[in-house]
Ligand binder design. Structure first.
Ligand code: HPA
Length: 268
């Protein structure tokens, strides 16, 4: 039996008949979204074949199924990063499992460093495009013509404008920009950040892009939001650390949670 089928069997036993309208992946410090899920059924990744075992502080390891507003949601609290295992395809089975729950809408969230001074810690950035040049493509080794995924529209404009409108209604700034995936786990150097700026990057982080590529192959429409936790290396006064990321994630995450809750509530 495939891991996806086995994971779906576990889900069917715990949440019979559950279908998702939107799937969500929560990045560092965004676990608070879980508290807003009503009728929540929580399933530890340890029970779900193919799901990651998070090794990163701030990343819970559970799938939460339930409702936010009028929408049924499947929320992954915690993800696998390339830097944990040296594989960029580890989110493939979880994403396939989410897709089999009936949804084609996926919202990815992350913590990121900003390359534009106006978007400072505590701000949010809607990812409108990305740069994926520094880590291996997660589809390497896949077979079939569907591995040649078109990436001309990597992020769904309709979900993006829904999130933008929601943020505007709430009076929350939502910057827009290009996210550059760097492998981590070390942060970038100031020289790397200067180079990435000339490449057109507005934010930098260690996740999301492999998931976007895997999800596009699966036919998901993807949106992604970065929670800006710091100015990128060499641009701000503070030394970068994971502790600082977690601490600074709190401010932006409160706003991101507000946006997501309202987006779901106004959606059906
Ligand atoms: N670089 C990479 N990943 C990050 C950063 C950063 O500056 N901040 C939070 N995640």
């Amino acid at each position: 039996m495939s891991k996806v089928k086995a994971a779906l069997d576990v889900i069917a036993a715990k949440a019979p008949g559950f279908r998702a309208q939107v799937a969500l992946v929560l990045g560092s410090g965004l676990g608070g979204v879980i508290d807003a899920v009503s009728d929540a059924i929580r399933i530890s990744y340890a029970e779900l074949p193919g799901f990651p075992r998070p090794t990163v502080e701030g990343h819970g390891g559970q799938l939460v199924l339930g409702r936010i507003g009028g929408v049924s949601v499947a929320v992954m609290q915690g993800r696998a990063h390339y830097y944990e295992h040296g594989r960029s395809d580890l989110m493939s089975e979880p994403l396939e499992t989410l897709r089999e729950l009936g949804t084609d809408r996926l919202i990815l969230t992350n913590a990121a460093g900003s390359l534009i001074p106006e978007a400072s810690p505590g701000n949010l950035m809607l990812i409108t495009d990305h740069i994926s040049l520094f880590g291996p493509n997660p589809l390497i080794g896949y077979h079939g013509n569907d591995r040649f995924v078109g990436m001309d529209v990597p992020y769904d404009p309709e979900i993006g404008s829904g999130l933008k409108n929601t943020a505007a209604e709430l009076g929350i700034d939502l910057f827009e920009g290009t996210y550059c995936w760097c492998t981590g786990p070390s942060f970038e150097t100031p020289a790397e950040i200067r180079a990435l700026k000339t490449f057109g990057a507005d934010a930098v982080g260690m996740s999301t892009v492999p998931e976007n590529i895997l999800a596009r192959r699966l036919g998901f429409r993807v949106a992604a939001v970065s929670n800006i936790t710091n100015l990128a290396a060499g641009m701000g006064p503070t030394a970068l650390s994971h502790e600082q990321t977690l601490e600074m994630a709190k401010e932006g995450s409160a706003n991101l949670i507000k946006i997501l809750l309202r987006y779901f509530s106004s959606d059906a």
